[in-house]
Write a new protein. Structure first.
Length: 108
């Protein structure tokens, strides 16, 4: 288990990289769960964020969040409608440490 500092926020992940190495933390948009309030779960990563943009993609909606770092989520249109996911709305995002892909940054 490692902790990755992303602009002051900390993402927990699984990685073999050494402390101090420059890495990127990537999360697949469909692996991010959204809620209207903080919900206890087994996910190691929980962030409060504000919706900055929504994009309709057929039966899905791409939700872009500002969690003090950019985070992109993919939800069904039904979920987006039921949650009222519009620009400016505050939501809580969660994802598992095992869902974070840690990639070494070039030159880091």
């Amino acid at each position: 288990m490692v902790s990755i500092d992303v602009g002051g926020a900390v993402i927990e992940a699984i990685s073999d990289y050494n402390t101090g190495e420059e890495v990127s933390a990537c999360v697949r948009p469909e692996d991010v769960t959204l809620a209207g309030s903080e919900v206890p779960s087994s996910a190691r990563n929980h962030f409060r964020g504000e919706v900055t943009r929504t994009v309709s993609l057929g039966p899905l909606t791409r939700i872009e969040l500002d969690c003090d770092f950019p985070l992109v989520c993919l939800v069904t249109n039904r979920s987006a409608d039921e949650m009222g996911l519009v620009k400016g709305k505050t939501v809580y995002a969660a994802f598992k440490a095992t869902g974070v892909h840690v990639i070494k940054r070039e030159g880091g």
